[in-house]
Design a protein around this ligand. Sequence first.
Ligand code: GRF
Length: 201
Amino acid sequence: MLNIAVLVSGGGTNLQAIIDAVENNSLPNVNISCVISNRKDAYALTRATEHNIPALCIRPKDYADREAYSEQMIKTLSEYGIDLVVLAGFLVVLPASLVKAYEGRIINIHPSLIPSFCGDGFYGLKVHEAALQRGVKVTGATVHFVDDGTDTGPIILQKAVYVEENDTPEILQKRVMESAEWIILPEAIRLIAEGKVKMHK
Ligand code: GRF
């Protein structure tokens, strides 16, 4: 059984995709042990609670410094016996000590085809605004391992999505979520759970 923690900051539609996949038996050997947010009001926490998944709020600002925050996160992940940490719209930059503690066992979903439109400052709608601004005809989503950079770890899966006439950032974001993110994130978790994918240094 692969015990996963899903780290969230917002609406939790990617978390919902993972929950749905577990509940419809697409992820038979995966258990969502806990959901952790840095924000008390993240709707993702409500989604977890509605599915009887422990929903925790651990806020960096409640700790003296990033190292103390990291220690609490590592302690909590250990208490829940976490094998894989899934960042699903998590907007906190992970402390290096946390990345090191779970090296090769943290994945992230990013709403573009990395290396396009990624790195510092590229999150949420900003990614789609940049894609429309540049005029790309194809965008998409990427699942990658997390290393000590921003969106720089080894790529696991990508899925392309066409940009359409009259797309707004909101319309494009919705299409990328529905047609790419919500498909490749559960799929990446399945591949890892089945031992078919692992990160090599
Ligand atoms: C998604 O677009 C994801 O790609 C990005 O942040 C957003 C989170 O959305 N990292 P949700 O909270 O999963 O609905």
